[in-house]
Design a protein around this ligand. Structure first.
Ligand code: 5GP
Length: 196
């Protein structure tokens, strides 16, 4: 029988997904505490601007980070989303990026904060930043929940970083493997043979 949220402890993982989890790398309470800090920084940095901050979530992995960040901000903000596909394999990026869903919002003159789940090689983000800058926003900055610095292929100005993770494939808190595991509340690694 599934548990109710009141019965779940801090390290709860849905039963049907638990058997493939190797290790909890970042538990939900640490994610929440770090987002408190990042939201306070964003609040400070964007206080008193002329236009409301536009949070742009990169679908689909960044959805949890974006919604938890937006709920913590005290400055006025708006949200929009982009989706893109990379022409690499399912687990590595080639740097050739295709936009599958563009913004619904005009960003000329706006402050834009791109919200990502993880920066790996950096190729996807590099493309997105250049693409957004060509639309003449007031500013473009990046917030990423996770970074894998050892895998970086391009230097990127990521202003707000939640956590550094080692070079292992991680899932949970919005990140998937073949669309599975997004709902795990923590960042976890998978047992060999069950993930990338
Ligand atoms: P990059 O262009 O920086 O190499 O790739 C970024 C994208 O690759 C992320 O937005 C994410 O979708 C995917 N990615 C990279 N590393 C991981 C990982 O460890 N786990 C998951 N689930 N996705 C990853």
């Amino acid at each position: 029988m599934s548990s109710t949220s009141a019965e779940r402890d801090d390290l709860w993982i849905p039963e049907q997904l638990r058997e493939n989890v190797e290790e909890i790398l970042i538990p939900a309470d640490r994610i929440a505490a770090r987002l408190d800090e990042l939201a306070a920084e964003v609040d400070r940095d964007y206080a008193g601007r002329d236009t409301d901050l536009l949070l742009v979530g990169v679908l689909r992995g960044a959805v949890f980070t974006l919604s938890d960040l937006a709920r913590r901000l005290t400055i006025p903000s708006a949200i929009d989303f982009m989706a893109c596909s990379s022409y690499g394999s399912s687990t590595t990026s080639s740097g050739v990026v295709r936009i599958l869903k563009d913004l619904d919002t005009e960003i000329e003159g706006r402050d834009v904060l791109l919200v990502e789940d993880i920066v790996d090689t950096g190729l996807t983000l590099d493309y997105l930043i250049k693409n957004l800058r060509s639309r003449n926003p007031a500013s473009v900055e990046v917030l990423s929940l996770l970074t894998k610095p050892s895998r970086r292929e391009v230097e990127l100005p990521v202003r707000y970083i939640g956590f550094e993770v080692p070079d292992v494939f991680v899932v949970g808190y919005g990140l998937d493997y073949a669309e599975r595991y997004r709902g795990i509340p923590h960042i976890v690694s998978l047992k060999p043979g069950t993930g990338a």
